[in-house]
Design a protein around this ligand. Sequence first.
Ligand code: NAI
Length: 329
Amino acid sequence: MLKILFYDTKSYDKEFFEKERSHYPELQIEYLKSELNPATARFAKGYDAVCAFVNCEIGTGTVRLLHENKVRLILLRCAGFNHVDVEKAKELGIKVLRVPGYSPEAVAEHAMALALAANRKMHKAYVRVRENDFSLGGMLGVNFYGKTAGIVGTGKIGAAMARICFGFGMKVLAFDKYPNSGLDFATYVTMDELLSRSDLISLHCPLTDDTYHLIQESTIQQMKDGVILVNTSRGGLVKTEDLIKGIRARKFFSVGLDVYEEEKRNVFEDRSDEILESSVTARLLSFPNVVITSHQGFFTQEALSAISEVTLKNAQAFERGEKTGNEVE
Ligand code: NAI
């Protein structure tokens, strides 16, 4: 029997995992609302595994505490693992398993939803019509048809976004260290060329030391005036202060963000009663051409089903001493 402590449980997590759980009699799950971080890692005493999501803090301190409490497995119910000290986990013999590519289309479709919403000012239209205001001032958009999309990172999600853009009748430029041979309709170019030629830039590479602040003052300057920028990958890819300067300088036609540097405190929480003292999020939200969502790219029924299925398969394989191909090493 593998005992799993499930951190940061939301009602939808429980719903989807409980549906799946009956297929795995050798797994025992307890649900906790708290996030996994250095203050809560000790709750895992007596468990073999913890299950965590993107907003948990699984750095050196947390990993050490998990080890001290005899935890042998970190089950990430997400694809990204930049929030985990993988080296430390390896050194201490804790296995890390993740759910790669549970539904690339979920994130790619959200990236296009953000691009369209920000372009066609859906956020303003929704509010305006509810107030019986049917005027069109400030709503002017641009066609995507015939324009150029630049996809940064053409792994599973980037490739899905590239296909969506191609379906819209866009020319597709791509940049990746490892070009995807399946995208025969896309043209691979240098990052400089992608920046200077694209009307819509969508970020789909992981956050690494190489990609941290990939979008900052100098790269923003290289972009076309009136570019649309979408980030559904990780907040750290974009230097927010420089993005704000760029928006103020009228560089961007619109910006759609599902992730942003300050999201850690906000994501999946209801902070509607709080007064924000100082916040770059609030500054970003003050611009009429910016649309922000709360890291919800993954949030579809199909993705949640796939996440619960693969996470529990990972746990079962670990219990049986089998490899899954989902090891983070
Ligand atoms: P993937 O591993 O299939 O693809 C990532 C691609 O980025 C690879 O082709 C890789 O070669 C490329 N890449 C790496 N370094 C690069 C660089 N310096 N410049 C350009 N390309 C580079 O990953 P997948 O599944 O497509 O996910 C991409 C990212 O999306 C994840 O790292 C994660 O941060 C984010 N994500 C966001 C979600 C959301 O809810 N908003 C949900 C799931 C993932």
